[in-house]
Design a protein around this ligand. Sequence first.
Ligand code: ADP
Length: 197
Amino acid sequence: MFNLILFGPPGSGKGTQSEKLVAKYHLKHISTGDLLRSEISGKTSLGLEAKKYMDKGFLVPDEVVIGMINDALDSNPDVAGFLFDGFPRTAIQAEELDDLLAQKDTCIDVMLALDVSEEELIKRLVKRGQTSGRSDDSNEMVIKSRIGEYHKKTAAVADHYKKKKKVEMVKGEGTIEEIFARLTHEIDRLMKTDNCI
Ligand code: ADP
């Protein structure tokens, strides 16, 4: 398997690049944001609980998200690998993910971290809010609180994988194709080696 985490703050382009990467490498795309939004539109109890946090720009509790990931891994036993988008977002989620993958005799091959300036992030999110229909994109307070959560809780996930020497920084500004080329360059290189020993 080849498992990768696409990492970066809200608005860094994870969703856009994920779609292109899963098409090229036939990976299973797991976006916790998409999974949560689909629970919300299905009005499930998990969705109703998650919405309270998401509307304020706060992270959903770890146990809720980890449960969803567990289900997603179990229901895709025969894939070439996973692309995790928007997950893990806390140190606890990262530890859980490593354990779940170890139980399947695999690991995270690489974390590709998109680097985008804060000014550019806010610009992109406000612009997305005008068309995406996502309520968390249309309020600058909520956007700021999501970026705050990222610095408070999510940046630690990069440290977790840095200790394992699994982080590659990728410049997340430029055209979609330029950024895609930088990402595929790293993946093509790493696919040739065994990263799980
Ligand atoms: P973005 O990265 O642009 O904020 P996402 O779709 O990844 O968009 O996430 C939207 C919201 O869903 C987050 O602000 C958070 O409330 C919730 N969320 C998504 N993934 C996680 C996660 N792994 N842990 C906790 N909350 C999450």
